[in-house]
Design a protein around this ligand. Structure first.
Ligand SMILES: [Zn+2]
Length: 442
């Protein structure tokens, strides 16, 4: 019943919002089921000791393309995956350049960070106790996944047609700061929403929305998109012509609490879909102006690198996780002569007309970044995390200093040699400001 009301309100709002320059925009969408069809390992929790044994809800990859009046395109990818492997991004980057003439800055790849999705071909998967056969299954899945994502990119571009696009912000409050003392730290409860309607305003064709919270209600052995998957399914159920795409905000230190039941995941999914539906049904801000896309990798420095002797000692005496990391670090020393002192970190800024500055940051990034960037860049700032490569946790200066899991100890599971060197927050934020300047040039 509640959603019938939203549908009616949405159509009424649409009919009063015809604008002469709406037809300048085009948009296209596509989606594909990426649920593994063979038994395979799940990612997210290093303590899992066997492959998945069932299905609660399907996993999807989705593509959205928007195009301005000048023909400039921006390609957004959303996935029900734990992360964004860099090798997958490189495959997509090469393919879209060759086939569609799109450059790196025009591509944003995101994930929902579901912990009930498959292990991927990246360094995080080395925390799992997988044998060669398990790894072969993971690599075959990844190969197929890459192929599917390239397929939906082609489909979304073929689907480009005149569209009415608008932006807005909603709110929902189930994310809780998980660092001790739990519930006391900062949160970001905003839900940025991009609405795409048909040119005549009668159909909702697509919605892109985000939320800054770990997608970790569940920790079982069944495939599931968790709260984000339930939210997108809910929206698509109610609006049959709509593709709903989720992206994770700066939710590295945020958990959905309480958690651990399917009912709670569904409840948070409904809270999020209601926040989106409320915005979509409202008078949103029509998108004006043109698209601008920027991208830059910066080198984040590690703190003190361990010596070869120290690593060898962990290989002998360390935990399962330390042994796995030691093997990888020793192999790096073997092939490169030394450990890398820095790691490339992707920073992206899109300007959506005059409405939105959309910042996309890599890694599991803590909420301090979105709060600081929204304050410094002003209204109309959206901040997506877990974008374009998830290689580690990215603490703010405060969290790095405080330490703990997000501050440094989680580097072990990403097979990285040490915590980050102080200074990364300013380095990231200053780069965002520089990119915004470039993106804002007429
Ligand atoms: Zn995480």
């Amino acid at each position: 019943m509640r959603f019938q009301f939203y549908c009616a309100a949405f159509l009424m709002a649409s009919s009063t919002l015809a604008h002469a320059d709406d037809a300048e925009w085009k948009a296209g969408f596509a989606k594909v089921n990426i649920t593994p069809t063979k038994p395979m390992w799940m990612s997210g929790y290093g303590s899992r000791n066997k492959p998945a044994d069932g299905l609660t809800s399907d996993l999807f990859a989705k593509a959205a393309v928007i195009q301005d009046a000048n023909g400039k395109r921006a390609l957004f990818i959303s996935t029900d995956l734990i992360g964004v492997p860099i090798k997958m991004v490189h495959v997509i980057e090469a393919a879209i350049k060759k086939k569609h003439g799109l450059s790196r800055d025009q591509l944003m790849v995101t994930c929902s960070h579901t912990h009930s999705g498959p292990a991927l071909d990246d360094l995080l998967s080395y925390m799992l106790v997988m044998n060669d056969e398990d790894w072969a299954t993971v690599r075959a899945y990844q190969f197929d996944l890459n192929r599917k994502i390239l397929g939906i990119i082609d489909e979304a571009i073929a689907d480009l047609k005149p569209a009415r696009i608008a932006t807005g912000i909603g709110k929902t409050d189930f994310a809780v700061n998980r660092r001790p003392p739990i519930g006391k730290g900062p949160v970001d409860h905003e839900v940025p929403v991009l609405r795409v309607q048909s040119a005549d305003g009668t159909k909702l064709r697509g919605v892109i929305f985000g939320y800054a919270c770990h997608n970790t209600v569940l920790s079982f052995y069944k495939w599931c998109g968790d709260y984000a998957g339930f939210a997108t399914a809910d929206i698509e159920d109610r609006f049959p012509d709509c593709v709903a795409l989720f992206h994770t905000g700066c939710g590295a230190d945020q958990n959905p609490l309480p958690r651990r039941t399917v009912e709670l995941a569904q409840k948070y999914g409904r809270m999020l879909s209601k926040a989106v539906a409320d915005v979509v049904a409202d008078d949103m801000q029509p998108l004006r102006g043109s698209l601008s896309t920027t991208f830059k990798n910066v080198d984040l420095a590690f703190d003190r690198l361990p010596t070869k002797e120290e690593i060898s000692e962990r290989l002998e005496k360390g935990s399962h996780y330390e042994k796995a990391r030691a093997k990888i670090l020793l192999a790096q020393i073997e092939s490169d002569g030394k450990l890398a002192a820095t790691h490339p970190y992707p920073i992206q800024v899109w300007r959506l007309g005059n409405n939105v500055t959309w910042v996309a940051l890599g890694g599991e990034i803590v909420v301090d970044y979105s709060l600081r960037l929204k304050k410094e860049l002003g209204p109309g700032t959206w901040v997506t995390g877990y974008a374009n490569h998830v290689m580690a946790y990215i603490p703010s200066e405060r969290v790095l200093k405080e330490g703990g899991y997000e501050g440094g100890s989680s580097m072990l599971y990403y097979q990285l040699p040490s915590k980050w060197k102080p200074g990364l927050e300013d380095q990231i934020v200053e780069t965002v400001h520089a990119l915004k300047k470039i993106a804002s040039k007429p």
